[in-house]
Write a protein that binds this ligand. Structure first.
Ligand code: ZN
Length: 462
């Protein structure tokens, strides 16, 4: 199967007003009454684009379509069904518009198509239709005829027109920026932004370049492709979100931006390029993705000398206190995932418990094997199995811990999953820190609860 996608952004009144999207398939077979494509109108708390003027045609002419919506949590979908059989060369076209931010909008995951100074940026899922199971030779073309001079389009595959062989969905799980995009690049590593910042963007770009080299080595990754997209938020807070060989991070006029302030966020989002388990149903393995991102966003920069032990200590302390003072910390993983976009406190617990649980399993493995094996062995093996297309469940994690260390950590995993109190173990985080119990006021309630105070084992490191 070949598919060519053309993106034609349209500039009007000094901003990106809309974008025409065209798909041209060389061969597509859809039965009468079957779904042609679908749109992700909402992803967790973030609205996607409603397609306007959607039409499809094959050699026999226009294809009559019907639309219906569904809402499998945490998505809202619009399905377009072909009213007759479709075959051969098929064209699908529609128009999307950037999100209009409601005054009450707050920072959430960066999925939306948003216009900003000089252009727009988005995750693919917000404006690209999903064609189930489509894979083959995919090419992406940018038509900049309706954009200001000097406009370019970028996605993780490169700047301008690109092509690859693989799943069409990979493009939906990628970041895009277009318009007068500014960049700092080195080979296939790129850093892209639109709004001119007041802070040291080249410094941050250089830091992420060093981080990528460190992480690429650790995760045995030979693909040099990685692209980082920057967005200016109109909010009081900003964040970051990772997709296929790319992530986006935000900044605003209210929070300081520097390598120090963004150090761990930039590392956290980058780690997401590698460790994962199958997270369906949603929430089942989020502890692993977020826990490894929290764990390695500290340990890899620290081991490489890109972060000082004192900075790592501050982060470790903040993450520990954030978890133990979170009033939702006793929720079970999937129950927390079900409410986490209504109660954002519940969205954070996978990060804290995953991080502390992985730290503990690391200590247990090191102790059981005389230091020969650690959590690194398990995480790297999961990644190998992922690359080979293997099954990626919680069971895989538990069986690999056993294989490498002889330990059955099912009970500890179960305690983590169900939100029982976890006690962080001394010697975790490469043995650099000591830990003792303390009490601290719980967030929102003020009730005194147990947390843990970390200190540097070797005070000279501070
Ligand atoms: Zn994350």
């Amino acid at each position: 199967m070949r598919c060519e996608i053309t993106l034609r952004p349209v500039w009007h009144a000094d901003a990106v007003a809309s974008m025409d999207v065209k798909y041209a398939f060389d061969a597509l077979e859809i039965g009468a009454g079957e779904e042609l494509c679908r749109f992700q109108l909402r992803t967790v708390s973030i609205p996607g684009c409603e397609p306007e003027n959607l039409r499809a045609a094959d050699a026999a002419g226009d294809v009559p379509l019907s639309a219906a919506d569904s809402a499998p949590y945490p998505y809202e979908l619009r399905h377009f069904t072909a009213q007759r059989a479709v075959s051969g060369a098929v064209k699908v076209e529609y128009t999307v518009r950037p999100r209009v931010l409601e005054p009450e909008a707050i920072c959430g995951p960066y999925f939306d198509l948003r216009a900003e100074e000089g252009g727009a940026n988005s995750a693919g899922i917000s404006f690209l239709a999903a064609f189930e199971g489509c894979a083959g030779d995919i090419s992406l073309r940018w038509d900049m005829s309706e954009m200001p001079e000097g406009s370019i389009g970028v996605c993780p595959f490169g700047e301008g027109d690109v092509s690859y062989t693989g799943a069409l969905d990979t493009l939906r799980n990628s970041y895009f920026a277009f318009g007068r995009v500014k960049c700092l690049t080195e080979g296939e590593f790129g850093f892209y932004w639109l709004t001119e910042p007041y802070f040291d963007m080249p410094g941050i770009a250089a830091y992420t370049r060093s981080l990528f080299a460190v992480m690429q080595r650790f995760f045995s990754d030979t693909d040099p492709t990685y692209r980082i997209f920057v967005r200016k938020d109109p909010f009081l807070t900003s964040g970051g979100t990772a997709l296929h060989r790319s992530y986006m991070f935000g900044w605003n006029d209210h929070q300081p931006v520097s390598v120090e302030a963004k150090q761990t966020l930039l590392a956290h989002e980058m780690v997401h390029n590698w460790p994962r388990l199958n997270d369906a149903p949603y929430g089942r393995t989020t502890w692993y993705a977020e826990g490894t991102a929290e764990f390695y966003s500290l340990m890899l920069p620290l081991r490489a000398g890109l972060m000082t032990p004192a900075a790592a200590l501050r982060e470790l302390q903040q993450r520990t206190d954030n978890y133990y003072t979170n009033p939702t910390r006793h929720m079970e993983n999937e129950a927390a995932a079900k409410i986490c976009w209504q109660d954002r406190r519940a969205q954070r617990i996978a990060y804290g418990r995953g991080f502390i649980f992985l730290g503990n399993v690391d200590v247990m493995m090191r102790r059981a094997t005389g230091g020969r094996r650690s959590i690194d062995d398990v995480v790297l093996r999961v990644l190998e199995i992922d690359r080979a297309g293997g099954e990626l469940g919680n069971e895989l994690f538990l069986s690999l811990v056993k294989e490498y260390s002889g330990l059955d950590v099912t009970a500890e995993w179960e305690a983590m999953r169900t939100g029982e109190h976890i006690v962080p173990m001394e010697d975790s985080f490469d043995g650099l820190f000591t830990v003792r119990e303390k009490t601290i006021p719980e967030a929102d309630t003020g009730a005194m609860v147990t947390s843990y105070e970390w200190s540097l084992r070797n005070k000279g490191d501070a």
